[in-house]
Design a protein around this ligand. Structure first.
Ligand SMILES: *[C@@H]1O[C@H](CO)[C@@H](O)[C@H](O)[C@H]1NC(C)=O
Ligand SMILES: *[C@@H]1O[C@H](CO)[C@@H](O)[C@H](O)[C@H]1NC(C)=O
Length: 327
């Protein structure tokens, strides 16, 4: 029975990944942890550091962004775009959707400007557009209780998704998949099914570390993660499910049975990240570096604070099981 259900579960995952390209990347915020906006040189440095990351064979060549707008501006194109062109980094674009229509107009405007200003050099790099990031999670009682900040109602998101489709119609971005990134719990919530209907793909965020109502020790983490992926696939109306955020913290408070440590982050990488990459799932790890300065907690960074190119990886990023057969 157990075997049968796990076979069925893997079949479900396979259906969801058939048409995927195996993009591998990290999530990149628009500003440093002291609120200073990232400039083109900063993004470029980060994209190059990801590409040169020891143990990964130069495979981390994609970047997920949260916004099209340069931080602290109204509608200036984010400087990550020029940095991506200079480093040939593919892009999962993000449109920030939790600050109301006026702010979203800035996202649309920056998207249109980028298409005009950079043309094919930009549009060829785009692998998808996510309208929103965890907006549906942030309107839930759990997030409100945790002080998660404003989100967006399903009807609002539908509106933004349609506005984005209108904005790219007739441009070189028409036909690029438009999705939405949210927690797996938001996707399996039936009240959000109308949003899923509007999407080309779902971007799933899942963190067993934070799943404190479940058995969430590192020993169970692979199972817990894939259960959430399978549940999302079942809710996905046949659409592909990308993994847009997952990770295990190196530093942080214990959450139920989940212990933050470099050793456990390594186990999570080997089990979850390496298996997703082996399956060819589009995959964006959280994250390359949490902070340049200070001591954030939790800290999910593969790199600790300091100069990205100089500080060593906190844990081994090779996928031993996969490369075993190649040596
Ligand atoms: C389910 O989704 C609806 C609409 O997004 C939201 O209002 C509600 O809080 C969610 N329920 C839970 C238990 O998260
Ligand atoms: C984690 O689970 C996935 C899906 O069931 C599986 O393919 C992978 O081999 C597992 N990894 C380990 C280390 O058990």
């Amino acid at each position: 029975m157990r075997l049968l259900s796990s076979l069925l579960a893997s079949a479900a995952v396979l259906t969801s990944v058939e048409a995927q390209n195996g993009y591998k990347g990290f999530n990149y915020g628009a500003f440093f942890n002291n609120q200073v906006p990232k400039k083109q040189v900063d993004f470029e440095y980060e994209f190059r550091a990801a590409r040169q990351l020891p143990g990964t064979n130069g495979q981390f060549t994609s970047a997920r962004l949260y916004s099209m707008v340069q931080w602290q501006t109204q509608n200036t194109v984010i400087e990550a775009i020029q940095a991506a062109i200079n480093t040939q980094t593919t892009l999962l674009l993000g449109m920030w959707a939790s600050s109301g229509q006026e702010a979203f107009n800035g996202e649309i405007s920056a998207l249109k400007t980028a298409i005009q200003q950079y043309g094919k050099a930009f549009t060829d790099l785009v692998v998808g557009i996510s309208v929103g990031s965890e907006d549906l999670y942030r309107i839930t009682p759990t997030s409100i209780q945790n002080g998660g900040g404003p989100g967006a109602q399903p009807a609002e998101l539908l509106n933004y998704i349609r506005q984005t489709r209108d904005a790219v119609r007739g441009t070189a971005l028409e036909g690029k998949p438009i999705g939405h990134v949210d927690t797996w719990t938001a996707f399996v919530n039936g009240s959000n099914a109308a949003v899923i209907s509007e999407l080309d793909f779902l971007g799933m965020d899942g963190y067993p570390y934070f799943q404190t109502t479940m058995a969430n020790s590192i020993e169970n983490a692979n199972r817990t993660f894939y259960d959430s992926l399978d549940a999302t696939v079942r809710a996905a109306q046949g659409k592909p499910v990308w993994v847009t955020e997952t990770g295990w913290p190196v530093i942080g408070a214990q959450q139920n049975q989940a212990v933050a440590s470099a050793e456990n982050a390594r186990i999570y990488w080997e089990d979850v990240s390496c298996s997703l990459m082996a399956k060819g799932v589009n995959f964006y790890y959280y994250m390359l570096q949490e902070a340049q300065y200070g001591n954030p907690s939790p800290d999910f960074g593969v790199k600790g604070p300091g100069d990205l190119m100089q500080v060593p990886n906190r844990f081994d990023l090779s996928c031993v099981r996969q490369s075993f057969f190649l040596v």
